[in-house]
Ligand binder design. Structure first.
Ligand SMILES: Nc1ncnc2c1ncn2[C@@H]1O[C@H](COP(=O)(O)OP(=O)(O)OP(=O)(O)O)[C@@H](O)[C@H]1O
Ligand SMILES: [Mg+2]
Length: 328
């Protein structure tokens, strides 16, 4: 148990791959018993940080502790206290869900009977009992991720690292994984979760560290982070350009700040706190005043908005990444 209340602490972590500084003075502090989000775009250094903290790669500089133990000098002890679900699923396609979990149990020297019992418990907990004897090759993406989570929970770790646990999953499967993560934390595990999605960090984490080019560029609560970008916004696209000034007045009544306009797209938008009340009020008033709207909606800030505000530039994605996301 860490005696300072932090399950993970990193100070000035450095990791170089040739010329590339994957981590460049990275700091992190994760409170015990919480979910902490590590949010950043492709190549920011999330996986590198997780791999150092879980003792899979060696750091070049700085220091880090997990559960009060030094990751460089006490790697063996650290390993006994952590679980890791990598960015790419580690389960075996040919084996069934149950066989996979039993195999992991044996790997951790549980012994046949205890491995079987633990597998049953975890199948139940991750709602995989019905699919337990199907080959994993036939599992959906969400089921596979849940099996991955179950495998990393075999020894009920003090600290669990989840590297992009929902990337590429459909909304329903993402929801299922989120439920499982909440269950783990209720059981006392501390979770460090990497993600590229602000909404995911917002739903799960009590604190978020934003990472860019190997450094932490923000560390805040989800609300604090959203407030730096201005929180949620309401948007109206009017049909007639002449209606823009009137639409601005309507939005100004419910907004928390000055409405902004985008003349070319006939769009008026403004920050709001009470999302649903604002939406209802705006829709009703537009109708009452006979202002025709092409579209009305609420927009939550995204990682892109956070980045733009913190760094002055958008997240840099390769075309292949953008395409992958469009397909997913
Ligand atoms: N084994 C390696 N050899 C060389 N370069 C590496 C290696 N691992 C990571 N890098 C580089 O270090 C940087 C950080 O990579 P990392 O995988 O930690 O990013 P990430 O935030 O996990 O990104 P993603 O969202 O794509 O998973 C990238 O520029 C990457 O190309
Ligand atoms: Mg990664």
């Amino acid at each position: 148990m860490a005696d300072d209340g932090y399950a993970v602490r990193a100070e000035g972590l450095e990791k170089r791959y040739g010329e590339k500084r994957a981590l460049d003075g990275f700091d992190l502090a994760v409170r015990e018993g919480t979910v902490h989000g590590l949010l950043g775009p492709n190549g920011a250094g999330k996986t590198t940080a997780v791999r150092i903290l879980s003792t899979l790669v060696r750091l070049d500089g700085g220091r880090a502790t997990v559960d009060g133990l030094d990751v460089a000098r006490q790697a063996h002890e650290v390993r006994a206290r952590i679980g890791l679900t990598g960015q790419y699923a580690a389960v075996d396609e040919v084996l069934t869900g149950r066989q996979n979990l039993e195999m992991f149990g044996r790997l951790f020297h549980l012994g046949g009977r205890r491995a079987r019992l633990r597998a049953d418990e975890l199948l139940e907990r991750f709602r995989l009992t019905d699919a337990a004897d199907k080959g994993v090759g036939k599992y959906s993406g969400g089921m596979r991720r849940r099996l991955d989570l179950a495998a990393s929970m075999i020894l009920a770790p003090a600290v669990l690292f989840l590297d992009e646990p929902t990337t590429g999953l459909d909304p329903r499967s993402r929801g299922e994984v989120w439920e499982s993560v909440r269950g783990l934390v209720a059981g006392g595990t501390t979770v460090l979760l990497t993600t590229q999605y602000l909404d995911e960090a917002d739903k799960l984490a009590s604190r978020i560290t934003v990472i860019d080019q190997g450094r932490a560029i923000a560390d805040d609560t989800p609300d604090g982070l959203k407030n730096t970008v201005g929180g949620d916004r309401i948007e109206v696209v009017v049909t007639e350009r002449a209606d823009i000034p009137r639409a601005v007045k309507v939005l100004a009544r419910v907004a928390d700040g000055e409405p902004e306009t985008d003349e070319t797209e006939l769009r008026v938008h403004a920050p709001v706190t009470d999302r649903v009340a604002a939406l209802t009020e705006v829709a009703r008033t537009l109708q009452d005043e006979g202002i025709a709207a092409e579209d009305i909606g609420l927009r939550r800030p995204s990682l892109d908005d956070v980045f733009l505000r913190l760094t002055g530039h958008r997240t840099e994605r390769t075309e292949a990444e953008t395409e992958k996301e469009a397909v997913a």
